[in-house]
Design a protein around this ligand. Structure first.
Ligand code: MGD
Ligand code: MGD
Ligand code: SF4
Ligand code: MO
Length: 710
């Protein structure tokens, strides 16, 4: 018997770095996945999750055929039967058409989850794929993740997708708030092996400072120290730093005004927040904050960055404005070693240019807005159940809203109350368990793709990579784009498929062409990868910023809405009872959001559940011990978890990891055995549960009480 063995260069689609991987294929089966040493950018770097994706690919619990529910959705566990694609399509289309005729197009809601945003050939077509469904009810993890940045950039730079990244390759000083690069590899910046880049800053005589309520794993003698900030107070920290720079250390006003408008309006706001005033609520010493301001100001090239730890607080959008203002006033915005727009294939910020006019409109839940057309996830139960225009059907693509959005019981009831739920996934996830139809998607070893996300200007070292389908899809799995396009067709609507079976690559080719490339050219390159030219940082002002005057808007009008809560929150924090616990979010390196939970290799030792981490001092004050079962309650709900003592936390901050609570996914045998608990049952829902400026849902700094479970 002869066997054939071949190697295929591909890349990981789990998180943003997109690490190069080498797949070994024997007899049309992938038998090995390893870091790709030949990759021009990653050079053999990947984390263990990328390599473990082979177990996702081989997982016997994966979906292989479309499934149709037989029992009522009120029953927690689905009773599913296989059904052909043709029958599923015809039935879903008929029901969707009927629901939209009866209740209007907005009776259908979309939830497009995080993994699809890593798929270039899906994401490039996301708008075209959703348009035929004619609904305006779009939800996605943005409002749990980085809506503060999207709304912020739209106002500040005139484009939702312009996010000047810290130039880690050349910075002498790096200020990193609310991120744990060692564990999560950062977000809205694509960087290979971020820890090595941060260590190199120190090696060349520079400095990194982390701002975090936890002494995170990323902080080592080779990287830098952590300033242990009180949860959800970064906006005051940043205001204090900016105040010090603007009013004490000094800045080049002519240069700043050449590149920023409305500077005086901003300074008027910042004037009220000297370090002496903000230090108390941040829990940091005046001198600690002052030192950051001085060092940032003095550094030849200083870069600044924030991630989910700040985004998910109550004032992430304002924090994002202050962050860029610090960069601007110190001359670091659009400068090598500061914060840069790293043009990849093309400057694409014009495609998400801000629309004219006031984004806010009246609803039964107040005067609110959407961001990029998406609603705040924590308002889903309220919107779904509004009597005058209820949501009746939900279409979920690569998402697990039941676990990833705020709200426990309220959210479950809202989804349960729908007439039709359709889920496209690799797995019968907790959300899929509530569905009428569960549709099997291909994984990224089974589909061809190009990492066009590089066109977002956030790749530290820009590159474009093509991957073929390493092996053909197993069973009846189909690509997500195809499933949506086929469903639109079945509903009698225009469809991407009208342009042919490879229509999803047309727009990808267009993007590549803007960078002088094509799929055919990439195919001929080593690792099918092109290193892209590094753009002059001036491109930020020359081409990327979409404001008419090509300057940063230092105080866009919508930010007026932030000011009352800035004062009110400060008052609240100043008066807070000393023992008040605040829940913060953190990730671990053994899981990725709510998925990859079904891999035995990732459920070892301490990683078999998601505990509540608490500082020993806080535990002692409550008579609690390591391993105790504790009850955690917030204004939204209560859950029980195991207590784990963690002296890396700032006292007063307690932490949990989201994405657990897999009891509701019995088809995932490993995940269910190590189910953990859904920490989002504690995240608030309803009006007031999100930052009105950005729709960012509040997930960090949630007041909680903790006591021994009964
Ligand atoms: N292993 C792993 N990697 C991942 C993911 C995963 O689930 N697992 N998810 C991926 C996704 S979708 C994303 S968006 C990225 C996110 O990447 P990151 O944003 O870097 O995510 P985290 O590692 O959760 O880091 C958030 C940090 O914020 C800190 N924090 C909490 N509250 C506050 C606060 O009030 N102020 C400050 N300054 N800090 C605070 C937490 O202690 C934590 O260290 O990670 C991606 N990579
Ligand atoms: N409390 C709290 N909640 C959070 C966060 C937090 O820090 N704290 N973080 C938030 C963040 S940053 C994010 S990004 C969201 C993530 O929220 P979601 O995107 O809703 O959830 P994921 O856990 O990423 O689940 C993605 C689903 O997609 C499936 N999947 C994976 N690959 C594919 C594919 O190729 N095709 C299809 N069809 N399905 C696929 C997986 O099996 C999984 O069921 O969670 C948010 N929720
Ligand atoms: S860092 Fe992210 S992209 Fe790279 S291998 Fe790990 S999970 Fe995959
Ligand atoms: Mo995310």
């Amino acid at each position: 018997m002869t066997t054939s063995i071949r190697e295929v260069h591909t890349y990981c689609h789990i998180c943003e770095p997109g690490c190069g991987l080498l797949a070994t294929v024997q007899d049309e089966k992938v038998i090995k996945l390893q870091p790709d040493r030949e990759h021009p950018i990653h050079q053999g770097y990947s984390c263990h999750k990328g390599v473990h994706y082979l177990s996702v690919h081989q997982d016997p619990d994966r979906l292989d055929r479309p499934l149709r529910r037989r029992n009522p959705r009120s029953e927690a566990v689905g009773d599913f039967e296989p059904v052909s694609w043709d029958v599923a399509m015809a039935e879903m289309a008929a029901r969707l058409n009927e629901i939209q005729q009866r209740h209007g197009p907005d009776a259908l809601a979309f939830y497009q989850g995080n993994p699809s945003s890593m798929v270039g050939s899906y994401y490039a077509n996301a708008g075209a794929l959703m348009r035929p469904f004619r609904t305006r009810m779009h939800f996605n993890p943005g409002s749990q993740d980085c809506a503060s940045k999207f709304a912020g950039s739209e106002a500040i730079f005139g484009s939702m997708t312009l996010h000047p990244i810290p130039d880690l390759l050349h910075a002498d000083y790096f200020l990193c708030l609310g991120s744990n690069p060692l564990v999560s590899h950062m977000s809205l910046i694509h960087v290979s092996d971020p820890m090595e880049k941060i260590r190199a800053i120190r090696r060349r005589g520079g400095k990194t400072v982390f701002v975090n309520p936890r002494r995170i794993e990323s902080s080592t003698p080779e990287t830098g120290e952590v300033l242990l900030i009180r949860p959800d107070t970064d906006v005051y920290f940043l205001a204090g730093v900016l105040h010090e720079i603007a009013f004490h250390l000094g800045f080049d006003r002519a240069a700043a005004e050449g590149r920023g408008s409305h500077l005086d309006e901003l300074l008027e706001v910042v004037r009220a927040w000297p370090i002496e005033r903000v230090a108390g609520v941040t829990g940091l010493a005046v001198d600690e904050i002052r030192q950051v301001a001085r060092e940032f100001h003095a550094a030849p090239r200083a870069a600044i960055y924030m991630s989910t730890g700040v985004n998910q607080g109550s004032q992430g959008a304002l924090a994002y404005l202050l962050l860029h203002a610090i960069s601007l006033l110190t001359g670091n915005l659009g400068r090598r070693g500061g914060n840069i727009y790293s043009k990849g294939l093309a400057v694409t910020t014009g495609k998400t240019r801000r629309r004219e006019g006031d984004p806010f409109f009246d609803t039964p839940f107040g005067n609110i807005r959407t961001v990029g057309g998406s609603w705040p996830g924590s308002l889903f139960p309220d919107i779904a159940q509004r009597p005058e225009a209820p949501i009746k059907a939900l279409l979920v693509v690569s998402g697990n809203p039941l676990l990833s959005m705020g709200g426990g019981e309220r959210l479950r009831k809202a989804i349960e109350g729908l007439e039709l739920v359709i889920v496209l996934d690799l797995y019968r996830s907790a959300t899929a368990e509530m569905a009428d139809y569960v549709l099997p998607a291909t994984d990224w070893l089974e589909r061809e793709d190009v990492n066009t996300l590089g066109a977002m200007g956030v790749q530290l070292e820009p590159f474009a990579q093509y991957t073929p389908a390493v092996v053909p899809p197993k069973g009846e799995r189909r690509d997500d784009w195809w499933i949506l396009a086929r469903l639109a067709q079945a509903m009698g609507r225009p469809s991407l498929l009208d342009k042919g079976e490879r229509a999803h690559l047309l727009y990808v080719e267009q993007l590549l062409a803007e960078g002088g490339l094509s799929i055919e050219q990439l195919k001929a390159m080593p690792c099918q990868t092109a290193r892209l030219p590094v753009a002059d940082p001036e491109i930020l002002y020359e081409r990327a910023i979409q404001n008419e005057d090509r300057r940063m808007d230092c105080f866009p009008a919508i930010y007026r809405r932030s000011l009352p809560s800035l004062e009110a929150q400060f008052e609240r924090l100043s008066k807070e009872a000393p023992g008040q616990l605040k829940l913060i979010q953190r990730r671990t390196n053994m899981m990725i959001n709510s998925w990859m939970h079904n891999l035995p290799a990732l459920k070892q030792g301490l990683h078999q559940d998601n505990p509540l981490w608490m500082h020993p001092q806080d535990a002692q004050a409550r008579g609690l011990f390591e391993g105790d079962a504790v009850r955690i309650s917030s204004s939204e709900g209560a859950i029980e978890a195991r207590l784990s003592l963690d002296d890396t936390l700032r006292p007063g901050a307690v932490a949990m990891t989201h994405g657990w609570g897999q009891q509701g996914a019995p088809a995932l045998r490993v995940a269910q055995r190590f189910a953990g608990v859904n920490s989002n049952a504690l995240s608030p829902t309803g009006p007031g549960s999100f930052d009105p400026v950005s729709t960012q849902c509040l997930m960090n700094g949630i007041p909680v009480e903790v006591r021994a479970a009964a």
